[in-house]
Design a protein. Structure first.
Length: 110
């Protein structure tokens, strides 16, 4: 989005927070960030100065509690390690699903 320089940070923060909040629950963690740049070089992966970064909601299976019972510590740590491996694989191949409603809500901010 192209905005005047004096409004860039305010608009970027507003858009990034609203976009990250409106996205539905994802299978893995995704980051929404706003960058300030005069001429970004997308081929080299240079997007300019980042001034706002928000994480999206994602599912974690290891945080579920089973009827307030105390779970064995080793079993819990094993589940956390397995969950980390699962999320790592998802990040490598996963795509973020963005519904049309989120994009139309984003245009209402501007």
């Amino acid at each position: 989005m192209v905005v005047p320089r004096h409004l860039a940070e305010e608009t970027g923060r507003k858009v990034a927070t609203k976009f990250a909040k409106d996205l539905p629950m994802q299978d893995h963690k995704a980051v929404v960030s706003a960058h300030l740049s005069v001429s970004p070089n997308f081929a080299k992966g240079q997007f300019g100065k980042s001034f706002c970064s928000k994480n999206t909601n994602f599912r974690r299976e290891d945080t579920k509690k089973v009827d307030s019972k105390v779970i064995d510590l080793q079993r819990r740590q094993k589940k956390i390690a397995a969950e980390k491996d699962r999320l790592k694989k998802l990040r490598e191949i996963g795509n973020v699903k963005i519904p049309k409603e989120v994009i139309t809500n984003l245009y209402r901010i501007i």
